[in-house]
Structure formats: C-alpha cells, structure tokens
Design a protein around this ligand. Structure first.
Ligand code: DGL
Length: 263
C-alpha cells in the first residue's frame, strides 16, 4: 500500500507532514524525528549523510515506497547521496527563494535558516538561479531549532531569539521572509507578532506535499492506496517526544523508539 517515509533532524518535519497528510489522506505515513542527533545545522556534511542513509534504510525496511527529506539542512547535505544509494523517489526541500522573489514589493527578501543550509553549495546555486536582482539577506538562527524541540514556541527565550534574528532583516527593509527550516513554521505566530503582519512568511511544506503527490501519481501508480495511518519514531527520549509531537501534531500520537542501529 502507498507508504511514505518522512524524516527530519527532529520534530520540525511535522510542519511538512501535516501538508502531506491533507494532500494524501489515504497514504500510510512513517515519520522519524532524529532528535538524538538534533540539530543537524551545525554538523559536518558526512555526519548528516550517514544519518540520512541510516534513516532512509529503516523507512524502506518498514515499507516506505517514497522518501521525503523534511529538512532543508539534510536535503542540502544528503539528497544527492540518497539518490545515488536508493532507487526510490526521494523528495527533498529547499528555502522557497523563487516564490519569495516573486512576492516581495520592497525588493528585499530575508532568509531564516540553519547555518548548514546557508553555507551549502546547494543554497548558493539556488540564489544564483532565482535571486533575479532582488536583494537577499540571509540569517542563520542557532538555537531556534532547540526551542521548538523543547516545545517552547512563545516563551521569553524563544521571543528573544526571534527578535535577534528578524531585526537585521527588518532593518534592511525585508517585507518577505523565507522560513528556510522546517522547525520555523511552528514559530510563525511569534515571528508574525515580532516582525509585524505586513511581513509575508513563506514556507515550503505545501509545495513539497504537491511534488510528492505528482511523483506518486507518475511513479507509484500501481501501488494500492494506503490505510491513512501515521506512525511516529524518535531516536530521542520517547516520553518527551510523545509530549512534544502530540502538541505539534495537534492529536495525541504514540511515538516508538527508533532501533539504535537501524541498519
Ligand atoms: N528542520 C531542519 C531544517 O529544515 C532543522 C535542521 C537542524 O536540525 O538544524 O533545516
């Protein structure tokens, strides 16, 4: 049955999974939060590549027919390696530069992302292709992913970080901000409060879900529909993961421990 495997460094990819759920209501979904290894944003490339290979292997063993890398950092580091190693459709994601460039009226776009994403060759190539003369200001956001992992979406420490990271973008005149990390859509209400309603926030989750749907229609058309179930795994601490993932998913979820060596 149509089974989609999705992974992220932690709980952030749930912001993508919710779009996948509503786009493909019948698919069987498997989600891994690799929270024992979060954040990916400050890890070396080969470390993220190894994690991505290991998690993908596990998802395929559990029946996944397509893989979504619900993480900008892991896509930049490991999408090419995964495509070399696995024949399954691999859907990655990257900061939504093209739609943001089309949307800005001030001619200044801000990108909030991890340091790993911003320094990647893939991101440099993305700017090269789509910046189109628009000024793009990038801002790495150390610490923000960790706040979301704790489920702290609006506390004073999180607000302080959001203020610190949005301020340079606002003072440069950005009217459009790209949420270039899948953890950040969970902070959208706070970012909107801090930056002001006039700033457009651009997220990639829906576009990824639609891309996945197209790939399924063309490449997995023989696969019978799934049962609409969703299964959650973590490499982190299960009771904490259950609490945070239930909060972010909006329903109580049972989280299973990822086997230590999923190979
Ligand atoms: N959600 C990941 C992303 O989209 C966060 C990476 C991290 O763990 O630093 O980039």
């Amino acid at each position: 049955m149509t089974t989609i495997g999705v992974f992220d460094s932690g709980v952030g990819g749930l912001s993508v999974l919710r779009h996948i759920r509503s786009t493909l209501p019948d698919a069987r979904l498997l989600y891994i939060a690799d929270s024992a290894h979060v954040p990916y944003g400050d890890k070396p490339l080969h470390y993220i590549e190894q994690r991505a290979i290991s998690l993908t292997r596990f998802l395929i063993e559990q029946g996944a027919e397509a893989i979504v890398i619900a993480c900008n950092t892991a896509t930049a580091a490991a999408a090419a390696t995964l495509r070399q190693n696995f024949a399954h459709p691999i859907i990655g994601m990257e900061p939504a530069v093209k739609p943001a460039v089309a949307a800005t009226r001030s001619g200044v776009v801000g990108v909030l992302a991890t340091v790993g994403t911003l320094r990647s060759a893939r991101f440099a190539a993305l700017l090269e292709r789509h910046a189109n003369g628009i000024e793009i200001i990038t801002q790495g956001c150390p610490g923000l992913v960790e706040q979301v992992e704790k489920g702290d979406l609006a506390g004073s420490d999180t607000r302080m970080l959001v203020e610190r990271y949005t301020q340079p973008l606002l003072s440069s005149g950005a009217d459009t901000m790209i949420l270039g990390c899948t953890h950040y859509p969970f902070l959208a209400p706070l970012i909107r409060e801090v930056a002001g309603e006039h700033v457009a926030l651009i997220d990639t989750g829906l576009a990824v879900a639609r891309q996945l749907q197209r790939r399924i229609e063309t490449e997995l058309s023989e696969s019978p529909p799934g049962d609409g179930s969703a299964h959650f795994f973590t490499s982190g601490y299960v009771p904490l993961a259950s609490l945070i993932m239930s909060k972010l998913w909006g329903n109580r979820v049972d989280v299973q421990e990822l086997p230590k060596e999923p190979v």
